[in-house]
Design a protein around this ligand. Structure first.
Ligand code: C2E
Ligand code: MG
Ligand code: MG
Ligand code: MG
Length: 288
């Protein structure tokens, strides 16, 4: 038993050691990747729930790693946070998003809005506003998604002040992953966000569970009473899409329509989509 015990503790020490080594290696890799400009934005379209036209696009960070290919954020975001470089990633994604946005517009593709995720770290960055002013953002064209879990403290005057400044710059505020944090709906509404995005964990059960459906319905009702646009994320089937539309959701985003893709692929996707929508509306007999 003694031997077994020692083996077990050796096992844990080894596991801990290898996870520390992995974290250290990933951290070094992230810093190298930043220097080598390997972080890019991918784009996932959002759709008007009624017309199914593209109503916006969310930019999502990806690591275009030379050996490993395109890596999703769960593989590096936590470590990037501990390195205090999430703010830099946010900025890279915003710059990429704006650049693509302009390219799409030049190609004749008019996307109403681009959303980017913003970390608590960047929201507290006093340099943020100089950077933003220098980017020349057209009011109403950019939306910042803030996680509900960024603890919204009504007494955090710096945070509240920065949110007001963003609004003054014409940037829309959206509460992301709504329903997963611990913020009270009252404190969230005090921020007067333009949009509320319901988390996909709340979206998934709406077809099978009437309680789940009622929960989403009541969020939508509160949002509508406050004049807030409601976005649903994680819309994985057309049955979900139809129900969410009927419940009063404004925008839909999820694998049922499209996965996140590169800027070039997004241009192709959106062009085909627009062409299809135009063609369908010119064919009255084919309308659903
Ligand atoms: P999020 O902002 O809630 O983004 C939505 C996530 O759900 C994306 O994952 C997207 O690919 C995924 N998704 C979209 N539709 C579906 C669906 O129908 N089903 C399922 N199962 N998933 C779907 P992704 O790109 O891996 O991003 C994960 C999270 O990482 C984001 O969640 C966001 O919190 C964070 N993140 C991504 N990009 C950035 C960034 O540039 N800055 C910061 N600070 N955080 C970011
Ligand atoms: Mg988001
Ligand atoms: Mg989200
Ligand atoms: Mg989410």
């Amino acid at each position: 038993a003694k031997r077994k015990g020692r083996n077990r503790s050796e096992f844990f020490t080894d596991t801990l050691r290898s996870s520390v080594i992995h974290t250290k290696q990933t951290a070094d890799e992230i810093l190298r990747g930043l220097e080598a400009n390997e972080f890019i934005a991918y784009f996932q379209p959002q759709f008007d729930a009624h017309t199914l036209e593209i109503s916006g696009v969310e930019a999502l960070v990806r690591w275009d790693h030379p050996g490993k290919g395109i890596m999703p954020p769960f593989s590096f975001l936590k470590i990037a946070e501990s390195l205090n470089v999430v703010s830099r990633l946010d900025e890279i994604v915003l710059e990429h998003a704006l650049r693509h946005f302009q390219q799409w517009a030049k190609s004749g593709l008019d996307i109403p809005k681009v959303s980017v995720n913003i970390s608590a770290q960047r929201l507290h960055d006093q340099n943020l506003f100089n950077r933003l002013s220098s980017l020349g953002i057209r009011p109403g064209s950019v939306c910042f998604e803030l996680l509900e879990s960024i603890s919204f403290d009504e007494h955090d005057e710096l945070l509240i002040g920065n949110i007001q400044k963003l609004k003054a710059l014409g940037i829309d505020i959206e509460i992301d992953d709504f329903g997963t944090g611990h913020a009270s709906i009252i404190s969230l509404l005090k921020l007067t966000p333009r949009r509320l995005k319901i988390d996909r964990q709340l979206i998934r059960p709406i077809l099978q569970s009437s309680t789940g459906r009622q929960l989403v319905e009541s969020i939508i009702d509160i949002g509508q009473a406050c004049g807030i646009e409601i976005v649903a994320e994680g819309v994985e089937s057309m049955a979900h899409a139809a129900l969410l539309r009927d419940l009063g959701c404004h925008h839909l985003q999820g694998y049922a329509f499209a996965r996140p893709m590169s800027g070039a692929d997004f241009l192709d996707f959106a062009r085909q989509r627009n062409w299809l929508t135009e063609w369908e509306s010119s064919q009255p007999d084919r309308l659903r």
